[in-house]
Ligand binder design. Sequence first.
Ligand code: ATP
Length: 301
Amino acid sequence: MYNKVLLIYNGNAGQSEVERHIQTVAGALAGKVEELTLKRTKQKGHAEEICRERGEEVDLVCILGGDGTVHECINGLASLANPPVIAILPGGTCNDFSRSLGISQNMKQAANTILIDKKEKVDIMKVNDRWVTNFVGLGLITDASQNIDPNLKGTFGRLSYFISAIKTVRESKPFSFTMETSDGGEIQDHAVMILVANGNYLGTNQLPSLHENMNDGNVNVFVLREAGMAVLKEFIQNKDLNEWDMNNEAFDFMEANELTITTDHPMELDMDGEVYNETPVRIRLYKEHLTFITGEEYNEN
Ligand SMILES: Nc1ncnc2c1ncn2[C@@H]1O[C@H](COP(=O)(O)OP(=O)(O)OP(=O)(O)O)[C@@H](O)[C@H]1O
């Protein structure tokens, strides 16, 4: 089991809910670990700082938060020489990366997963100068995140993503891009959205995928040329890419472990749900770079 455990939680999340979650997690870990330190994030960027400074002092870092908090923590941990094992406790709105790891969305069950201690090495993307767990995207997806009304997010939670997506689809305009892959391939085209996914979920929807694990050394690259609702519906509903019509002009799909994307004008990059950077972008996958606690049903190779 683990001697030293650091539990980081989003200090900006609803107070009473956080307190309940901490009680649940601390209750599950009490008696099983030697030392449990709680750290509340004080502002955006704090989780990254804590992880960079304290990550090597502990055996396990538990992240109680959503994908944005996970993103921050990974950026503090991924460059350490001896990073700890990482457990994600689904404390955000969508918690997409925890879903990809097969972690239960029930906090008690998620905390108990830590005690079962099933661990897997997982691929992580380096996107320009940031580490990314779940996805990087440009075009429609960035606009959809930006269009979320913070008041709606508080009231409707993940429904606000869909309201925003529908609003954005109506307004989206195509952009020109050039994509180069490490095998020398080059594509020049137009799109309304490019999505490079390491994880298998987006806005709680399962993404179409050829395989379910996250240590295969490849990311899934989706290029959507049209923003019609029919295309988006297929994208969201059809989970198995083996059954997709690959001749459909509305989208392209490929796998890659390294690629660069340039656009006709600088475009914002959505990384794990927050805008951190803009194009041009270089994406490189680091195979099995970090070790995560996974749910029992997580599919390893
Ligand atoms: N104390 C804090 N004050 C302000 N912002 C914070 C604080 N701690 C974390 N954050 C930021 O808040 C953002 C949202 O938090 P988080 O990702 O945990 O929840 P969420 O957006 O509801 O979850 P999801 O992305 O899974 O839908 C993150 O990008 C994170 O950087």
